[in-house]
Design a binder for this molecule. Structure first.
Ligand SMILES: Cc1ncc(COP(=O)(O)O)c(C=O)c1O
Length: 560
């Protein structure tokens, strides 16, 4: 009898634990196998990596290059150092004077290239952070140098800077009579709401100050209305710097209610179909260019394994399947279009991929060049209170939300979006940019250069076809040829839609010239034994040495 009781207890316990274990297992198998898919582990590893750097003697042969190649690289560095010192003197001097007091600047200048090389590169090729003006697709620095803009201002610049100057000027004129009155709305708000509803195909809109805030609010609404706790984000996807959407490296705490799952993966769909704690799925359609990989910055370019390839059909099908499972499970599907909105199509990623979301976030470009975050959604999902439970609200207010100058600049932007000349920019957009990427790749291949570009329309990534530790040097050669990149270097080039064929041809000439010069200077010396795996092993070995050295030093100090 006692045994029977024990069995019954065991069976009941099993009945409860097996599904739980099964769900846990399903969750871990739906993680992407890279470090981007294992946020906690990535953070722990990052905390263990020691600092080390290559001395000037070792800087040029860290890949095992022979002495003559190292000498060639050294001479090239001397030449570039002189060129930078002459050409960017004023811009660099002002940057140096504020760097120490500007942590943002200190951070970006330090993380342009892998940290082992950073100190030496900073001492030789300092980057100027200041600009004086923009002119069409060009930027002019304090020394009067003209550079083609491939930064895209983090994606804000879709239509060209003159377009935004006009939006802001127009907006300022419209807002002047009211001034910076907050709380009450400028009439432009009504127009913006109507236009954004039409663009998103959704029926309610809220305004915030940044893309990060818009994402925070979208997730908060999803949690409020579903009564569930967890958000799903995909490996590598950026959604701003708010805690819950940025688990792992970069965030001092580990969010507890975030699942990071593999994108474009069957097992992820299985998790969504079975778990009951998922409030929402966040999609950043920019990831279509490199699913499950983090934003491709040059500071992580330790070898040549960076890959990117955009398959519109495959990504559309993935979004359709996500839509289906979210519908079936009452999960809120959020498209975070802060980056890609208005860049791929006037109706954003929803239009481009032909899939509708429950909530859509916009930002960057949509206020005509002023700071902004927008959430569009179905009215029921956007409501911040419950009729039947008046005290149970979902709070979201911000002092500067719906700022008159931002709203009028947005109105100017949205009006212009309907202008025939702006609509014309979208015609054949992908064909144009795919053609430009293909033509540049053909030239690079023809010249025997180990560089290729991959693109999602006007968003480009540079990839490298042969193992090398010095690919990040390309950003310095590109600057010397008059091409301005953002601090992430060759990982992300962003073109505005107003690049003409002639502008692009000039950029392509300069790009090829930069790569040629870099090849001629020996940076892409290679050896059959130097594979990406060998490079990574070497870096790992150096890291372990560094760690060991730290441990020994600590031990010696403790026993002194
Ligand atoms: C997809 C996406 N979401 C959110 C953000 C955050 O926007 P913001 O920098 O305006 O806070 C970004 C910024 O790059 C983004 O690309």
């Amino acid at each position: 009898m006692e045994d029977a009781g024990l069995y019954a207890f065991g069976a009941t316990a099993l009945a409860f634990t097996v599904p739980t274990l099964d769900r846990r297992l399903a969750l871990s198998t739906a993680k992407h196998r890279s470090l981007a898919g294992h946020a906690r582990l990535a953070k722990r590893l990052a905390e263990q990596i020691p600092y080390w750097h290559y001395s000037p003697e070792h800087f040029f042969d860290s890949d095992g290059a022979p002495a003559d190649v190292a000498a060639q690289r050294r001479a090239a560095m001397e030449r570039l150092t002189q060129l930078y010192a002459q050409r960017f003197a004023k811009t660099v001097a002002l940057t140096a004077s504020v760097r120490e007091h500007t942590p943002d600047l200190e951070f970006t200048s330090r993380y342009r290239v892998p940290f082992q090389y950073s100190a030496f590169v900073r001492s030789r090729l300092p980057f100027g952070a200041f600009l004086e003006r923009s002119d069409g697709v060009r930027l002019i620095d304090l020394d009067g140098n003209t550079l083609y803009d491939l930064t895209g201002s983090y994606g804000v610049n879709v239509f060209g800077y003159d377009f935004y100057k006009a939006c802001i000027a127009d907006g300022a004129t419209r807002a002047r009579a009211l001034g910076p009155v907050l709380g009450a709305y400028h009439p432009a708000v009504a127009d913006n709401v109507a236009r954004l509803c039409a663009i998103s195909g959704l029926d309610a809109v809220s305004f915030h100050m940044s893309g990060t805030e818009a994402v925070m609010q979208a997730v908060r609404l999803a949690r409020y209305h579903t009564g569930r706790t967890h958000l799903v984000r995909f490996a590598g996807a950026y959604h701003g710097w708010w805690e819950d959407v940025q688990p792992g490296v970069g965030n001092p705490v580990q969010p507890k209610e975030t699942y990071t799952l593999a994108e474009m993966h069957e097992r992820t769909l299985r998790v969504l179909a079975r778990r009951r704690d998922i409030a929402c799925v966040l999609v950043n359609p920019l990831q279509a260019l490199h699913p499950n990989a983090s934003a491709p910055g040059d500071s992580s370019l330790v070898d040549s394994s960076r890959r990117a390839h955009f398959d519109r059909n495959a990504y559309r099908q993935w979004l359709e399947r996500l839509r289906e499972v979210c519908d079936a499970r009452g999960i809120v599907l959020i498209f975070d279009e802060v980056f890609v909105g208005f860049r791929l199509a006037p109706g954003g990623a929803q239009e481009y991929f032909g899939v509708r979301a429950d909530l859509v976030t916009y930002g960057k470009t949509v206020a005509g060049g002023l700071p902004i975050g927008v959430v569009c959604g179905r009215k029921a999902l956007m409501q911040r209170f419950r009729e039947e439970r008046p005290a149970d609200i979902c709070f979201a207010r911000g002092t500067f939300n719906s700022h008159p100058y931002v709203m009028t600049s947005m109105q100017a932007f949205l009006e212009r979006l309907d202008a025939p000349e702006v609509r014309a920019l979208y015609e054949g957009l992908d064909a144009t940019w795919d053609g430009r990427a293909a033509a540049l790749n053909a030239r690079l291949e023809g010249a025997g250069l180990p560089v290729r570009v991959a693109n999602l329309s006007t968003i480009w990534t540079t990839c490298y076809t042969q193992p090398s530790r010095y690919n990040w040097m390309l950003q310095y050669y590109l600057r010397a040829e008059g091409l301005a990149l953002s601090w992430v270097g060759t990982g992300r080039l962003i073109f505005s839609l107003n690049y003409t064929a002639a502008d692009f041809a000039d950029v392509a000439d300069r790009f090829v010239a930069a790569a040629r010069a870099m090849a001629a200077d020996g940076w892409w010396w290679t050896d059959p034994k130097l594979t990406d795996r060998v490079i990574r092993r070497r870096v790992l070995r150096e890291a372990l040495h560094g760690r060991l050295r730290e441990i020994v030093q600590r031990f010696a100090r403790a026993h002194r």
